[in-house]
Every structure is written in C-alpha cells, then in structure tokens.
Design a protein. Sequence first.
Length: 320
Amino acid sequence: MQNLGTIDNTYTILSKENNEGPYKTYRVRHNQTNNLHLIDVYRNQIPANLMNIMNNLIGINHPNIMHIIGHGNGPIALNNDPQVNRPYIVYENVNHLDLYSYIRIQHFTERQAKCIFKKILEGVQALHNANICHRDLNTSNILLDKNYNPKIIGFHFSCINMNNLNERVGALSFMAPEVSTNQPYNGITADIFSLGQILFNLVTGLYGFHASRPNDQFYNLIIQQNIAQYWQNLGNQINLSQDFKNLFIRMVDPNPVQRPTIAQILNDPWMQEINNLTEQERNILENQIINEFQIREQQIHLNQQQIDNLSDEGNEANTR
C-alpha cells in the first residue's frame, strides 16, 4: 500500500475507505506498533453527544461491536494538500466488507442466519446494557472481521438517552414507524424493529417492506394485522418456517410495546436450534458459514474486476 499522508504524526494513511458525510474514513498504520486501524477524520468539530457515545464505547470490549481505540485532534497531512488540524476517532481494523455486500450475492439459510443473527443480537444487547441505543442498525452498518464475525459499526446517530427521542434518523427501510413519523420513541424498541428487518434480509435477501408506513402495501398489511395476506403477497418462492415468520412479525410490530426484548428473541423458538447445539456441532456450522462468506467474497471481487475491466475498455475507447 502506498503512503498517502499522516494523521497527528502518529498514523500513516494507507488508503481512503469513505468520503461521504461529515467525515472521511482512512485505513492507517500506527507508526510505532505497526497495528492497522480505521480512522474517521471529521471536517468540523465532533458533536458533543457523539463524543459522549465514543467515550462510553471505549469501555466496551465486545466481539461483535467495533472497538473504539480512542480519539484526538491533530494535524492531518495529506500528500499534495496543506496540513490542517482535524478531530478524529480511531477504531480497530476490520478486514472484510459489510453484511449487505454479502447478502446481495446470496442470502443465507435459516440455520446459518440463526448463528450470524445471534452474534448481532448479543452485540446490540451489550450496547443496550451500556445504555446506548444505536438508531441506525442495518446490514451496511455490520462489518465482518478476519474470522467473519459480525461487528456493529455506525454510531453517529447513537445516543445515551433512551426515552422520548424525536429525531428521524437511520435508513428508511430499517426505520420503526414511530421514528419515521416523528413521534416520541424509545431507542431500544426502535432498535428491535431494525433488527427484525436485518433478520428478514439475512434469510431472504429482500426487505420485508420498503417503509414502515400505511402507504407501503406490505407494511400496511402488518398494521391491519392481516398477516396471512402479507405472507401470501410476498409470494410462494419464499419458503420460510413458521417460527421465523412469527418472530419477524413480532419484531416489526407497529406497537413498540409489543416487540420482544433481545433476551426474549434469544430464547425464541426460532433460536432454539442454535442454542441447543453441542460445541462440535457449533464449530461445524461456524466453518460452513465462513465458507459461505468466502464464496460470496470471491464473487464480489470477480464482479468488481469485471466492472474495472469494462471501465478500462471504455477509457481506452475514449482515447482513440
């Protein structure tokens, strides 16, 4: 990797990972330890509420939450650009892509999804136990580490105050109805709703609905409690267990009070198979899932290579 510059005279920039929103994300190497990290460099001052969240997250060391190493404010020296002081946040390095990228290639079986989803649930549970609600849970905000374990990221809308929230934040398809309609809401039950859509996406490769509003033809059936018609309208090509259907509908209930807690989801009938596995059976399943991720990853790289080749051919044609 080439040297693109330095951050705070401590980190060498190896690549740019993101250039959208109020910050830029870089993959960096620590100059003394040689450890790799991800760093978000902000254009302006980091909001005080986000700094509170980050300070809380520094104390959380959970295998399914992106670990926050620290934060600072120092000189950012990019090659060919003037040096400027910018605030930044340092994260652990995560090797692989987001969950959305893998699901786009192929969804997972219910059995595989149970194992993946349980880890996501345990990560969110750790956040909630630390009085942090995420508020932007979706498959793009879950990365895979070197062992293909899910890591929750994207804490820019997170908050410590759980009740009487009113900001309309998050991805629309994962947004609870009380959030999308600007009603006062509880952050934990809103997160449960988002987890329901993540679960549906994991197992089907689709979304259970596009928006949790009455004008969405699918979610309106859930609002009207016409559940049989909802599943019928989705089509016979989606072959799902009844336990899965029951859990999903409970998690995306229009009434947030009726949604299950994470503890209840972890003990739901749909999860019992994964809870009852022996250590040997669990290891076999884990290895199968890693293999599935690797197959999808190869296809992702192949697709990208084909796009790059077409782009190169187009550029050559334009120069003739």
